[in-house]
Design a protein around this ligand. Structure first.
Ligand code: MG
Length: 379
C-alpha cells in the first residue's frame, strides 16, 4: 500500500481546512460536502389566526357550527416560504388561544435548516402533550419548504403515482330533509357520499338520500351509537341500503363493544376518534378493519406517512380524512392520498373563504398539482 504518512497529512489538512473554510471555500476547491455547515439558524417562523366560514351549518353527532378556527403558519429561509395550517374544530380542544400559546414556544432558530426534520419534530412534540393541530401546522410548513427547496411535490419525493389518488367523498351533515336533498344535488360531481349519522333521524337521513341518488354511501357515526345491539341492527339495515362501511360507530372508550360489533358486522368498521396518532394503531388491532388518518390528529405529514405504513403492515385499510381546512392543509393531505384506499378530502369545499389554491377535486377524484412542496399556492 502506498498510503504513506505524507498523503495522510495532506488529506487531513484538506479536511481540516474544509471545516474551517465552509461551503464557499469548498466549492472554490472543487469539492462539495454532504453535510452543509450550519447556516446559523436563519429560519424565520410566523403564525396568525384565521377563521373559516362554512357554507352550511355543519352538524355531526356531537355538535353544530358555522365557523372553524385555524392558525396559519409560515417558515421562511433562503428566500423560500413553507406554509402550514392548524384546523381546530372546537370539540378537539384546540383554539386560537392554545395554538398561540403553543406556537410561541416553538424556536426554529436552533436548527440550521428544515432538513433537520426528525430533530425539529421530535423537539416540537416534546414542548407539550396534545396540541396536535398546532404541531401539524409546523410539520406541514416544514414539508412545504423542503419540497420547494428540492423542487418536487411530496408525492414525487415519496415515489407515488399521482394517477392513483382515490375519489373523495362529499360530506352530508345531519340536517332536515330539504337541506339533505339540496346537499345531494350540490354533490353532483362526487361519486361517493359520506353521511353523518348518530342522532335520532339516522334512517330518515339515509332514506332521504336514497330518494334522490343510488351513489355509494359511507357512514360516519362520530361515536353516536352507545348500545352495541342497536349499532348492529343499524349496520345490518345500512348494509341493505348501499352503504360501504361505517366509521366510528361507537364511543372510543367502548373498545370491547366495538370489537364485538366488528365480529358480527356485515360492513367494515373504520376507526377515527379511536385512532389519533401512530401509537394508537395497536389499540385498533382486532377492533377496526381500517383507520382514518388526518394530519390534524397525526401531528402532520411525517407521522401520517408512518401511520399508513403501520396500518398496511397490519393488513388494515387506510382512509385519508380532514377537518374543515383551507387548501393548504388539504393539499398536504392529498400528497399522501395515492397511498390510501379511501379519501375524505372535501374540507376546503365546505368553506367560502379559502386562502390557498392547490389540490382540487376533478370528477370526484383527488387531483394533485405538479407544484413543489405541498402543491399549493397562497392566494
Ligand atoms: Mg370521522
Amino acid at each position: 500500500m502506498n498510503f504513506d504518512r505524507r498523503t495522510f497529512l495532506r488529506r487531513s489538512a484538506i479536511a481540516g481546512a474544509s471545516l474551517a473554510l465552509g461551503t464557499s471555500a469548498l466549492r472554490a476547491l472543487g469539492r462539495t460536502s454532504g453535510t452543509a455547515p450550519s447556516t446559523g439558524g436563519s429560519m424565520k417562523f410566523r403564525f396568525y389566526p384565521y377563521t373559516l366560514e362554512l357554507k352550511h351549518v355543519f352538524t355531526v353527532a356531537t355538535n353544530s357550527r358555522t365557523t372553524t378556527a385555524v392558525m396559519m403558519v409560515e417558515v421562511e429561509q433562503d428566500g423560500l416560504t413553507g406554509y402550514g395550517e392548524a384546523s381546530m374544530p372546537p370539540y378537539l380542544g384546540e383554539s386560537h388561544a392554545t395554538a398561540n400559546a403553543f406556537l410561541s414556544k416553538v424556536d426554529l432558530t436552533k436548527y440550521p435548516d428544515p432538513f433537520r426534520l426528525e430533530d425539529i419534530l421530535r423537539d416540537i412534540d416534546a414542548i407539550a402533550p396534545g396540541n396536535n393541530a398546532a404541531k401539524a401546522a409546523v410539520d406541514i410548513a416544514l414539508h412545504d419548504w423542503l419540497g420547494k427547496k428540492m423542487g418536487y411535490p411530496w408525492h414525487r419525493i415519496w415515489g407515488l403515482d399521482p394517477a392513483k389518488t382515490p375519489v373523495t367523498t362529499f360530506t352530508i351533515g345531519i340536517d332536515t330533509k330539504d337541506v339533505v336533498r339540496q346537499k345531494v344535488k350540490e354533490a353532483d360531481i362526487y361519486k361517493v357520499l359520506k353521511v353523518k349519522l348518530g342522532r335520532e333521524n339516522d334512517k330518515e337521513m339515509i332514506e332521504t338520500i336514497r330518494e334522490v341518488t343510488d351513489k355509494p354511501i359511507r357512514v360516519d357515526v362520530n361515536q353516536g351509537w352507545k348500545d352495541r345491539e342497536f349499532a348492529l341492527k343499524m349496520i345490518e339495515w345500512l348494509a341493505t341500503r348501499g352503504v360501504e362501511f361505517v366509521e366510528q360507530p361507537m364511543p372510543k372508550e367502548q373498545v370491547d363493544d366495538i370489537a364485538w360489533l366488528r365480529a358480527k358486522s356485515p360492513l367494515p368498521l373504520i376507526g377515527d376518534e379511536s385512532v389519533v396518532r401512530l401509537a394508537d394503531i395497536r389499540k385498533a388491532i382486532g377492533v377496526f378493519d381500517g383507520i382514518n388518518i388526518k394530519l390534524m390528529k397525526s401531528t402532520g405529514m411525517h407521522e401520517a406517512y408512518r401511520m399508513i405504513a403501520t396500518a398496511r403492515a397490519l393488513g388494515m385499510k387506510v382512509m385519508i380524512g380532514c377537518m374543515t381546512e383551507t387548501s393548504c392543509a388539504i393539499s398536504a393531505a392529498a400528497q399522501l392520498s395515492p397511498l390510501a384506499d379511501y379519501a375524505d378530502l372535501d374540507g376546503a369545499l365546505l368553506i367560502s373563504n379559502d386562502l390557498f389554491s392547490g389540490a382540487s377535486i376533478v370528477d370526484g377524484k383527488v387531483t394533485l398539482t405538479g407544484m413543489p412542496g405541498i402543491g399549493a399556492i397562497k392566494l
